[in-house]
Design a protein around this ligand. Structure first.
Ligand SMILES: [Zn+2]
Length: 282
C-alpha cells in the first residue's frame, strides 16, 4: 500500500454514563473524546477522517426535537476546538485539506462538515440517504442531524460503494477487501456494518509501516475488543442492528488476536489514540 502520514486528534467530547458504551459499565458519566484522523497523502494533500464536534452541533441541537440529542449526549466544545483555532493548534493548513472522509453520519462525526463544503466528501451512499430520510424525530432517534451536512456537499459526494474493490494486506485479516477511494491503494475503506446505516472504517499504512484500521463506532473503546464486550442491546438496537454489530465486533476481535502489530482505533477511545497524536501535543 502507498503509505500516508497520520495523526489522530481530539475535537470536542461528550459525557455519557459508561454503561451505555460497554455492557457492565458503571453508572458514572465518563468523557468520551471525538477523534479526527488527519491523513497526509504524499501527493494529494490532507484528508480528514470525520470532523469531531463543532459549534454547529450546538446550533443544530437548539430546537426540538433535535435538542433531545444534546440532552442524551451533552457535548463539550472548548474555544480551542473551534475550527480555525483547532487547525492552528495542530499546524493544519486549511488550504491543504483535499477532502473529507465520513465514517458515518452521526452528529459527532460530521458536525464540522460545513467547513469543508466544496471539497470532495467520501461517504457511504446508504448513509447519506438515511441522513435525508424520515421525519426529524426519526432521524434524531438515529443520531442524525441533517442540518450538519450542507446540501451542496451532496454534489461533491464520492460514494464508497462505487470505488473499486481491492484486496487488503494480510495485516488486516480477517478483513480481506477494501474500497480504494483514491484509486492508488493508499486509503481503503472497509465496511464495518451494524452501528448504523452506512458505517465504514478506513485501512491504511503509515510512513513508519504501521498498519492502521480506523474503526469509527464499530467499537467505542479498545477495551470492548480486548474483552469482546459490546454495548448493551438497547443502544445497538436503537442506532443500528445488534446482531450485525456483534458480528463486526467478532471480526475486530479476530483482527486484534491475529495481528499484534495492527492498530485498531475506535473514534472515542483516548487510550488507543495516545500513540497517534503526533508531535504537537503528545
Ligand atoms: Zn456513531
Amino acid at each position: 500500500m502507498k503509505r500516508v502520514g497520520f495523526r489522530w486528534l481530539e475535537r470536542g467530547s461528550c459525557r455519557h454514563p459508561e454503561f451505555g458504551m460497554i455492557q457492565g459499565g458503571s453508572l458514572c458519566p465518563v468523557d468520551f473524546p471525538a477523534l479526527v484522523g488527519v491523513i497526509a497523502h504524499p501527493e494529494r494533500g490532507l484528508f480528514l477522517f470525520d470532523t469531531g464536534y463543532d459549534p454547529a452541533f450546538i446550533e443544530a441541537t437548539g430546537p426540538f426535537p433535535e435538542r433531545i440529542y444534546r440532552w442524551t449526549t451533552p457535548a463539550s466544545i472548548g474555544a480551542g476546538e473551534e475550527w480555525r483555532a483547532w487547525l492552528a493548534a495542530h499546524d493544519i493548513a486549511e488550504d491543504e485539506i483535499a477532502g473529507l472522509i465520513v465514517s458515518h453520519f452521526h452528529g459527532d462525526h460530521v458536525a464540522g462538515a460545513r467547513h469543508l463544503a466544496g471539497l470532495p466528501m467520501y461517504c457511504a451512499r446508504v448513509g447519506l440517504t438515511a441522513l435525508r430520510s424520515g421525519s426529524r424525530l426519526a432521524r434524531v432517534r438515529k443520531g442524525l442531524l441533517s442540518a450538519l451536512v450542507p446540501q451542496t456537499m451532496e454534489g461533491q459526494a464520492c460514494f464508497f460503494e462505487d470505488a473499486p474493490e481491492v484486496p487488503l494486506p494480510s495485516a488486516f485479516a480477517p478483513f480481506t477487501r477494501g474500497r480504494d477511494i483514491l484509486g492508488d491503494g493508499s486509503l481503503l475503506m472497509v465496511e464495518l456494518p451494524g452501528h448504523c446505516a452506512g458505517h465504514w472504517g478506513l485501512a491504511f499504512v503509515t510512513g513508519e509501516g504501521q498498519a492502521v484500521l480506523l474503526a469509527g463506532d464499530a467499537v467505542y473503546t479498545s477495551r470492548a475488543i480486548t474483552e469482546n464486550t459490546p454495548p448493551p442491546r438497547y443502544v445497538t438496537g436503537m442506532l443500528g442492528d445488534t446482531a450485525t454489530y456483534r458480528q463486526t465486533l467478532a471480526q475486530l476481535v479476530l483482527a486484534r488476536a491475529g495481528n499484534a502489530e495492527l492498530a485498531i482505533l475506535p473514534s472515542h477511545c483516548p487510550i488507543a489514540a495516545a500513540a497517534f497524536r503526533g508531535g504537537d501535543d503528545a
